[in-house]
Write a new protein. Structure first.
Length: 315
């Protein structure tokens, strides 16, 4: 489509920024704070946008402001246009990881954070010291909405696909080992299936719903396990296992690390379990963002290292 430049002559293009933040926040007050202007100025922007687009965009309800159907249809194209313009202004060729100043919010589960983030922080300290990370827990129920609303920059976890405007790239895969205190269980050597179901287990969960990987594997052979506890706090599990006669099943490399640090034992899971793929997911409109792309390239590099470590451990 040919651009008709005269059509833009009477339009304040700052309204595009206002439109994006209003659609993101669904609040004149929060939008004003995010942009750094007064509430009355943002209200004026909303009035101009309503006149320009011939739509209310945000309507007041008992639960607060809600976007209209037209507004919802504008969210993605407006955000994509702004991000592309941002890439032009940033001038991709001038990107220098040694001097870039940027903050990224990553949604990531604890088990993946333990494996990947220490390596990432070490690389950033050497190559891109101006990049700062904010790490939050991964809530699979809300993560795509958070990504679309620009509340997070990247998701790292057990994500196989997003929506059409998301991109996914696998990073590494892992298998499972069981972790236990052999002195409390009075078991030496690999756990038999009978031992595995005889002792209580502790489960680390992300969503709090549905059976775990181990429960699904046991069901296939007609067995079940007894749970003594379940927790979303992954890093505490090894200490529970150290103190109580429990079995925990987790990513193989992490189980080995915890066993070495806390004088625990590991055992192959006595039922077949499928390997898990860890991927990163981001909004497609960030594809050409230089700093975002640079961070993704580092993550891919570290994913290869993590995958190589897993292959060595499996030998």
């Amino acid at each position: 489509m040919t651009i008709k430049h005269r059509d833009f002559a009477g339009i304040d293009l700052n309204l595009v920024v206002a439109l994006d933040v209003l659609l993101t926040e669904s609040s004149v007050t929060r939008a004003a704070v995010k942009v750094g202007i007064t509430q009355s100025a943002m209200s004026s922007n909303l009035a101009c946008l309503r006149k320009l687009l011939g739509d209310e965009l945000l309507t007041r309800t008992p639960d607060g402001m809600r976007p209209t159907p037209r507004a919802l249809a504008l969210v993605e194209p407006v955000r994509a246009a702004l991000r592309q313009f941002q890439c032009i202004v940033l001038r991709e060729g001038d990107f220098d990881p040694a001097t870039v100043e940027r903050s990224f919010t990553l949604a990531i589960p604890g088990s993946v954070e333990v494996r990947l983030i220490p390596r990432l922080l070490a690389v950033l300290a050497r190559e891109a010291p101006g990049i700062r990370l904010s790490l939050i827990g991964l809530d699979y129920a809300s993560v795509l909405g958070d990504l679309d609303a620009d509340r997070i920059d990247m998701v790292v976890g057990m994500i196989s696909q997003g929506q059409v405007h998301h991109k996914v790239r696998p990073l590494y895969r892992f298998g499972f080992l069981s972790l236990f205190n052999p002195r409390l269980l009075n078991v030496s050597g690999p756990l038999s299936l009978d031992d595995f179901v005889r002792f209580p287990h502790i489960l680390t969960y992300l969503t709090g719903v549905g059976p775990g990987v181990v429960d699904e594997a046991l069901a296939k052979v007609g067995r079940t396990r007894r749970l003594a506890a379940a927790t979303p706090r992954f890093a505490t599990v090894p200490f529970h296992v150290q103190a109580a006669p429990l079995i925990a099943t987790m990513a193989d490399a992490l189980a080995t690390t915890f066993a070495d640090q806390l004088d625990l034992a590991t055992s192959p899971v006595p039922v077949p379990t499928e390997e898990i793929v860890i991927s990163m997911l981001w909004h497609a409109s960030y594809d050409r963002d230089p700093a975002h792309r640079g961070l993704r390239e580092i993550m891919v590099r570290l994913g290869r290292e993590a995958g190589s470590d897993h292959e060595k451990e499996a030998v």
